[in-house]
Design a protein around this ligand. Structure first.
Ligand code: FMN
Length: 398
């Protein structure tokens, strides 16, 4: 005991005020008090102005009840300097079971405590920064939908961390065209979010058209209005490099309101689900490299003619890859069923229901960001969101 690095003390419960009857050299080194100065005193003399009364109370109760107890308590050395003492006290019983002494072991954990506090401060700072960054990212989401009688939009956005690699928006290009995109930067968290925020800034033409200028920038209306040109330009601007190793999938569509024709490019992006007003749902054809992955990819522009009452659901793979506790994914088939099941709900409610079902499937534990954007073409002579015909079964060849 004499050679131990820690302080070791023994107190005698048989004497008045439970004084120390043994202290080792470790105790003297730790506290700066000589062993002789400690003997005969209750060990509370190490406590001082900033000692937590709750820690003292725990010790008092343990001694009173004859129980073992460990506390981290602020103590003071003989020279007045404070130190963190991890104190463990253990009752000692005589042969007849009667409580006679307590053994105390004192360890200096000041360095560890300081490191913990520094870490906690750094964590708080980091959380605050992430929260602020998340607010910036949320501010880039569509505030309001284009108000046009021909079509209605709804969306959902669920980052799996504070920050997302997903982004989405819908905006008006001119009186006849509305552009929409959903994108997913590979990975998630801060690195993916940096690129996703940059892309949102560039792509959301309506928000920034006055501030952007320059050749081939996205202020150029022709670029925004052409999904193929937009995808190719983004591919030039954001090539994957050795450092970032980042690329992204993109669905970019432009809806021509008078003809209800949607032109789109799906660059490595999961296939959107089309729910016709009077038929079961099917996936739109997609194909092509994600943006940034290949040098000069050819992006195929496709078109789909939408009819009154038709709905289209765009999403990122976080939706269909939401996995339950066994690792089974929500999957495209279930998504199709879910879309059909909710076809009688108003568009926004159907998006909420699909989002809730996928999150429920994953028991709230998303491992990737999840985004959904949906649109509904107005029924003839009615606004969007009118009652829909009875649902049909899911197509087997989806
Ligand atoms: C063996 C033993 C060692 C102790 N060592 C310390 C110590 O190093 N530092 C300290 O603040 N309290 C120590 N205490 C706790 C105090 O002696 C005392 O029990 C505590 O302050 C609660 O009682 P009180 O409210 O009467 O002061 C020790 C107690 C025992 C039994």
């Amino acid at each position: 005991m004499g050679a131990a690095h820690e302080g070791i003390t023994i107190s005698d419960l048989g004497q008045d005020d439970n004084p120390i009857v043994y202290a080792n050299d470790g105790f003297a080194r730790l506290t700066g008090y000589g062993v002789d100065e400690a003997l005969g005193r209750n060990c509370r003399f190490l406590q001082g102005p900033d000692t937590d009364p709750a820690a003292v109370e725990r010790l008092r109760n343990a001694v009173r009840q004859g129980e073992a107890c460990t506390v981290d308590i602020l103590n003071y050395r003989k020279d007045g300097s404070p130190f963190w003492n991890r104190l463990a006290i253990t009752p000692v019983r005589g042969a007849d079971g009667e409580l006679t002494h307590f053994v105390g072991i004192q360890s200096d954990i000041t360095a560890r405590k300081n490191a913990e506090e520094k870490l906690a401060r750094a964590n708080r700072r980091m959380s605050q920064s992430l929260e602020a960054a998340a607010a910036i990212q949320r501010s880039l989401l569509p505030e309001s939908m284009p108000q046009v009688p021909e079509v209605e939009f709804a969306w959902a956005f669920d980052p799996c961390d504070e920050l997302a690699g997903d982004s989405l928006d819908v905006f008006r290009i001119d009186d006849e065209h509305i552009a929409m995109y959903v994108l997913d930067v590979v990975g998630h968290g801060v690195p993916a979010a940096l690129l996703s925020v940059t892309l949102a800034q560039i792509l959301s033409f309506s928000r920034r058209q006055s501030s952007l200028s320059g050749k081939g920038s996205f202020a150029d209306r022709r670029l925004v209005a052409s999904p193929k040109a937009a995808a190719e330009r983004l591919n030039q601007l954001f090539p994957m490099n050795e450092e970032s190793r980042q690329y992204f999938t993109l669905f970019y569509g432009v809806l021509h309101l008078p003809s209800r024709q949607l032109r789109y490019v799906a660059a490595g992006h999961p296939a959107p689900v089309l729910l016709p007003a009077d038929a079961s749902c099917r996936n739109l054809p997609v194909g092509g490299f994600p943006i940034g992955l290949a040098r000069q990819p050819q992006y195929e522009e496709r078109t789909v003619d939408l009819g009154p009452g038709d709905r289209l659901y765009l999403y990122t793979d976080g939706l269909i890859e939401a996995a339950d506790e066994h690792g089974d994914e929500f999957g495209a088939k279930q998504l199709g069923e879910e879309i059909q099941r909710n076809r009688d709900l108003p568009l926004a409610a159907s998006v909420e229901a699909i989002e809730a079902t996928a999150k429920g499937w994953a028991e709230g534990q998303l491992h990737d960001d999840l985004s959904i954007m949906a649109l509904e073409i107005a029924r003839l002579g009615q606004g969007p969101g009118s009652p829909r015909p009875a649902p049909a079964g899911v197509d087997e060849d989806r």
